[in-house]
Design a protein around this ligand. Structure first.
Ligand SMILES: *Cc1c(COP(=O)(O)O)cnc(C)c1O
Length: 363
């Protein structure tokens, strides 16, 4: 067996120990004679898997008891619709929400919300290809906005909010897909904090939404499909219908793996060390350049270019041959992108930097 260093933005690298454990349990999960994939989601065995996953996530993130944890399908993209449909149906809601546009995912969420509510873009970094986070200390947030929406780590452009925006007392909703569990979050600062797990936590097809209890509608909402109403899933323990049983199981293992690494504060420290290795090299290199302003650099997604499209293509091809996979940048930025999520070992980042040094010496 030979595994590569996989820098994919998502689905992405998972901890080897977790994959090995899944492989071990594949045919016969703990003596029950079947795989988790073959198990009824209504069985006691499965109930234990999802309960344990939730309990472990709560303890990892320090989720207060007045927040619900929902394991949902439809990916992060489906929450783009669920968020306005639920939050703007609460008693006293005005149906207005303010969005900060820092990249493609924030823009998609904004465009989707605008189909249902009065969504407004109160800041944007589109003028410089989303290479920075706008100053969010005094935005024109509407007095009657129901919430303020951000995409906290921008997977494609490689920026992150190092400080949360001043929402002027409004509810904060954050998409943390590509930084999920890479560092601690103060959950109580958010109304909703959610992420698709396939970037940093698990297999594709599962989104975890952590939602303050009073933001979940009391019952059915006109114009909101049953499946998108958070109440439906909250009342059914995320099992109104068949959930993504396999992804929840794998995530549960990743939660235990993260706890064994020392938890989210320790992960942050490790991720800072990994990112520093790469950014320090980018800052001293004469050939490679990071595309993001230094103060807003993501710890997870690192886009860089040589400035020459042919050379970039050569780099992507040669790095693949050297066992460094998926370094091609997103088509909207070009160049390269290294996603260095939780499960990417520092040895992988070192191997990338060594390869870049060698490539630079040859050109
Ligand atoms: C990948 C990504 C999404 C979309 O996730 P899906 O689960 O594919 O819908 C949304 N937001 C961010 C920040 C992402 O990185």
């Amino acid at each position: 067996m030979s595994r590569v260093y996989n820098f994919s933005a998502g689905p992405a690298v998972l901890p080897e120990d977790v994959l090995a454990e899944c492989a071990n349990e594949m045919l016969d999960y703990r003596g029950c004679g079947m795989s988790v994939m073959e198990m009824s989601h209504r069985s006691a065995m499965y109930q234990q898997i999802i309960d344990e996953a939730e309990a472990d996530l709560r303890s990892l993130m320090g989720i207060p008891s007045n927040y619900k944890v929902l394991f949902l399908q439809g990916g992060a993209s489906q929450q783009f619709s669920a968020i306005p449909l639920n939050l703007c149906a609460l008693p006293g809601a005005t149906g207005k929400a303010d969005y900060i546009l820092t990249g493609m995912w924030a823009k998609k969420a904004y465009q989707e919300a605008a189909r249902f509510i009065d969504a407004e873009a109160v800041a944007s970094s589109a003028d410089k290809t989303f290479s920075y986070i706008p100053n969010c200390s005094d935005l024109p947030i509407r007095d009657d906005a129901d919430y303020v929406y951000i995409c906290e780590n921008n997977t494609i452009y490689g920026t992150v909010y190092h400080e949360l925006p001043n929402t002027k007392g409004k509810l904060l909703v954050s998409d943390v897909s590509s930084m999920f569990l890479s560092q601690p979050h103060e959950v109580e600062k958010y109304g909703v904090i959610y992420g698709g797990v396939q970037k940093n936590v698990g297999p594709a097809g599962l989104v975890i939404s952590v939602i303050r209890e009073d933001l979940i509608p009391e019952g059915p909402v006109d114009g909101c499909p049953t499946m998108l109403n958070w109440r439906t899933q909250a009342d059914a323990g995320s099992m109104y219908n068949t959930p993504n049983c396999w992804a929840i199981y794998v995530c549960g293992k990743v939660f235990k793996w993260l706890a064994a690494q020392g938890g989210l504060a320790a992960m942050r420290e490790y991720n800072v060390a990994k990112a520093k290795l790469l950014y320090d090299f980018l800052d001293e290199s004469k050939l490679f350049h990071g595309t993001v302003v230094p103060e807003d650099r993501s710890l997870m997604n690192v886009p860089f270019v040589t400035g020459d499209a042919d050379l970039d293509a050569e780099f992507v091809r040669d790095s693949k041959a050297a066992g460094l996979e998926n370094l091609k940048g997103h088509r909207s930025v070009g160049g390269m992108r290294a996603s260095i999520y939780n499960a990417m070992p520092i040895e992988g980042v070192q191997a990338l930097v060594d390869f870049m040094k060698d490539f630079e010496a040859r050109h």
